[in-house]
Unconditional design. Sequence first.
Length: 181
Amino acid sequence: MVALTVLHARNPPPKHRLPQVTLAARRAYPPMNEATATGTTLLNWPLLDKVDVKVNEQRKDATITYPKELKRCDGQRISIVGFMAPWQSVDDLSTFQLMPGYVGCYLCKPPSPTEVMLVRQKQAGHPWPFAADAVRVTGTLRLFTWESQHPAHQEDFMYALDEAEVHLYTGPDKPDRAKGD
């Protein structure tokens, strides 16, 4: 134990640093706040977390009940504020996961299935960069059903957001990343 302490004193482990918003992200995602937001329905994570999922282990399926106000938004343009997380590629976030909190390390509690949305951005012919700050995403909401052939639902995502536009969120209630990030 003493040898390890001395070794760390001489060669401290590198400090874990999460990426900041890059210049590329600032160029790709213009800022948005409530004053510049357009007339879409603004959803929040507490509403999404009200989805009732009852898993039946014997039949290997689940019963999903969506709140009425969320069911009304299925197929509609909505906006939601959250944090990006890579889905298939760190280099191109044309498809990414959106979560209510910033997940920056493997020790963090993983989100529940009702706290993750798969977002597919409008394609513009270039790779979309990662943004570490809060973003407001606007797109068409698709709720999971067992019959759905949507790629997000085939990957067991409860929610998908298609043809999405992403903006760095600058509103007064902007969520912050967790301390130490």
